[in-house]
Design a protein around this ligand. Structure first.
Ligand code: NAD
Length: 332
């Protein structure tokens, strides 16, 4: 099968080239993001393969169906960027990589917590300038703290295990409670209680109409003063304007984000020679207690290998008309 890969980077090409030898697929690696114009590069291909910030709306799906493209293989777990209703209307199948390395994302969430709580981002710069002063570097222990986890799916569960290892009390909210987590000692509570009792809150639920702006003025008001907020899930879980207000009023003690509401215009590109026009991310970057990474939580060798092998298997199943293990279906 001929597949056009959009939004690829050198690391995608490397990991797919290592795995594709076992398959008969022909891949066109494209660096451009998918949009109505770039879709024409997929002419002559039977499938496209996209990543988190390739928004696939109805106009794209209509054009895809006119071009005879019948499959979208997502190289990611989240699928909020795809209009599944229109995909189903145009007979286009969507497959994804449901879990490539939940530990990669959970460990990154913890890296954000540890960096911010011990100020190693500041210490790194200081020491490089021969400044060995400890003034202003006082941190906080993670041991003994209460951590609230919103969403105990694959990533949330990996996160809970790490938090338990650090000696934290772990509270969780999920629409479906997990027995394994209860055995581990995770206590499920309603969301307002998780938010009000936690010193650190880490978001691991998907972005859906229900979870959009889950962190908003009202939910922020429930939290403890000085709360640490971590988001490695999807940017729009957080109402950025309200979070900026909460940072200014010191309600939020530190914020670690790997995802940002408007990230599709910014992330995965080198903009170092550009003028940053996004006022909100610019404001976030002025806070000493905010750490932003550019959607890199997934980026480990192990996760890339898993993304490549699962995606290629998804494509193979489609080509061989086998039942699709990782199909994402529209639910009315
Ligand atoms: P998952 O499907 O295994 O788990 C999601 C969990 O969220 C489920 O247990 C589900 O019941 C729960 N949930 C659904 N709606 C909820 C709600 N309203 N409130 C609370 N919980 C709710 O997904 P996962 O693999 O753990 O991934 C979680 C999210 O992480 C993905 O949706 C994706 O957006 C994000 N992600 C980010 C990166 C990154 O690099 N930063 C990488 C992979 C995934």
């Amino acid at each position: 099968m001929k597949i056009a890969f959009f939004s690829t980077k050198s690391y995608d090409r490397e990991s797919f080239e290592n795995h594709v030898v076992d398959f008969k697929h022909e891949i066109s690696f494209l660096e451009v993001r998918l949009d109505l114009t770039t879709l024409s590069l997929a002419e002559g291909h039977q499938a496209i393969c996209t990543f988190v910030n390739d928004t696939i709306h109805e106009d794209i799906l209509r054009k895809m169906s006119q071009m005879g493209i019948r499959l979208i293989a997502l190289r990611c777990a989240g699928y909020n960027q795809v209009d599944l209703k229109s995909a189903s209307k145009y007979g286009i199948t969507v497959v994804r990589v449901p879990a490539y390395s939940p530990e990669a994302v959970a460990e990154h969430a913890f890296a954000l917590i540890l960096t911010l709580s011990r100020k190693t981002h500041k210490a790194y710069n200081r020491v490089r300038e021969n400044n060995f002063s400890l003034e202003g570097l006082t941190g906080v222990n993670i041991f003994g703290k209460t951590i609230g986890v919103v969403g105990t799916g694959a990533i949330g569960r990996a996160f809970c295990r790490i938090a338990k290892g650090f000696g934290c009390k772990v509270l969780a909210y999920d629409v479906i409670e997990n027995e394994e987590m209860k055995q581990l000692g995770v206590e499920y509570l309603p969301l307002p209680e998780v938010l009000s009792q936690s010193n650190i809150i880490s978001l691991h639920c998907p972005l859906t109409p229900e979870t959009k702006h889950l962190i908003n003025r009202e939910t922020l008001s429930l939290m403890q003063t000085g709360v640490a907020l971590i988001n490695t899930s999807r940017g729009a879980l957080i109402d950025t304007k309200e979070v900026i207000k909460a940072l200014k009023s010191r309600k939020i003690g530190f914020l670690g984000i790997d995802v940002y509401e408007q990230e599709e215009h910014i992330f995965f590109q080198n903009l170092s020679e550009e003028i940053l026009l996004d006022e909100e991310i610019a404001r976030l970057m002025t806070f000493p207690n905010v750490l932003i990474t550019g959607h890199q939580a997934f980026l480990t060798k192990e996760a890339l290998a898993q993304i490549a092998s699962t995606t290629l298997r998804n494509l193979q199943e489609f080509e061989e008309r086998k039942p699709l293990t990782n199909e994402v279906k529209f639910k009315a």
